[in-house]
Design a protein around this ligand. Structure first.
Ligand code: NDP
Length: 312
């Protein structure tokens, strides 16, 4: 069985930053990239708010740079997915791709979060045929067409604005009568002539022969003036938030009711000694690349201290 001193699970800004710090501290970290190497930022277009890039940088480029930086100091970055854990006793056991078991003295969990879906059966029915949770990945297919984006947060506004650059028309379906997004993102949406915001609308289902051709909505559901609305669309994009990827740790690691890993405030320490969590999997509040990178750094420093205290 392979034994490692520091096993990093996940490859967003948190995981790669942890790998940079852990490799420079001679922990010989092994990092498994997971299903989506580079994480959520690889589906982002322009990152404008990461300090140090005055002209911005694309998400995939930034992730590529972070990976190279970690490899430069010897981090062992591998393709593979952690599928099970046994954290009952140290050294901890992590199963990769359902077969290989690795023993680790310390674990850094940086598995991030995954886009949420509404939970209506039509999302599965039309998966890959008009339903998407990533405008940057799939927007290209909807050039000069009509699409809808669901959600009222920063992600929804960002995706609607991005899609408006490609499509002829974008509906933004918002369940409340206001947008939760930051002021600047709201302004971009409200001033874009291609975007029509449908406040107080919810999605009941999708229609179409094989591919999405429309959506059935309800306006002011449950109110006296409730109204059924049908829109003609070619694509339906979800932007309603994310679920933390913590399921395989739950038997051992404490999470909140949504699944965010609980850490000792101000640190990446979990309830299991030597197991640390960083980035979006433990952050319901900020969820930014820079905060993820910051906590990745903390997790690596904590790993180093834990190993040296134990003489490992
Ligand atoms: P949020 O949780 O902020 O927003 C989710 C949105 O989806 C809300 O408007 C919510 O409605 C709506 N929603 C949730 N569930 C449903 C449902 N079942 N049906 C209909 N609507 C639903 O998630 P985001 O992904 O937008 O943002 C996450 C974090 O990332 C935020 O902190 C955000 O600021 C940040 N972010 C920053 C960006 C930037 O700075 N460039 C870009 C993208 C994200 P309701 O309001 O009614 O709850």
């Amino acid at each position: 069985m392979e034994k490692v001193r520091c096993l990093i699970i996940g490859s967003g800004p948190a995981g790669y930053t942890a790998a940079i710090y852990a490799s420079r501290a001679n922990l010989s970290p092994v990092l498994y990239e997971g299903m989506q190497p580079g994480g959520q930022l690889t589906t982002t277009n322009e990152v404008e708010n990461f300090p140090g890039y005055p002209s911005g940088i694309t998400g995939p480029e930034m992730m590529e740079d972070l990976r190279k930086q970690a490899e430069r100091f010897g981090a062992d970055i591998r393709f593979g997915m952690a599928t099970a854990t046994d954290l009952s006793a140290s050294p901890y056991k992590v199963t990769i791709d359902g077969e290989t078991v690795i023993e680790a003295e310390t674990i850094i969990i940086s598995t991030g979060a995954t886009a949420k879906y509404l939970g209506i059966p039509d999302e599965q029915k039309y998966a890959g045929s008009g339903v998407s949770a990533c405008a940057t990945c799939d927007g290209f297919f909807y050039r000069k067409m009509t699409v809808a984006v669901v959600g009222g947060g920063d992600t929804a506004c960002e995706e609607a604005t991005y899609l408006a650059g490609l499509a002829n028309k974008v509906y933004l379906i918002v369940r409340k009568n206001f947008l939760r997004a930051s002021k600047i993102m709201q302004d971009r949406v409200m001033s874009n002539p291609k975007i029509e915001v449908l406040f107080e609308h919810e999605t009941l289902g999708l229609t179409g022969e094989g591919v999405v051709q429309g959506a059935n909505l309800v306006k002011r559901s449950g109110q006296a003036d409730e109204e059924q609305v049908h829109i003609v669309i070619d694509g339906f994009f979800l932007a309603i938030g994310h679920k933390p990827n913590s399921d395989i740790f739950k038997p051992w690691i404490e999470t909140d009711e949504i699944g965010y890993i609980k850490t000792v405030p101000g640190t990446p320490r979990t309830n299991v000694p030597g197991v640390f969590a960083c980035g979006d999997v433990s952050d319901p509040h900020y969820r930014q690349a820079i905060t993820a990178a910051g906590t990745g750094c903390q997790a690596a420093i904590e790993s180093e201290r834990y190993l040296s205290e134990k003489g490992l």
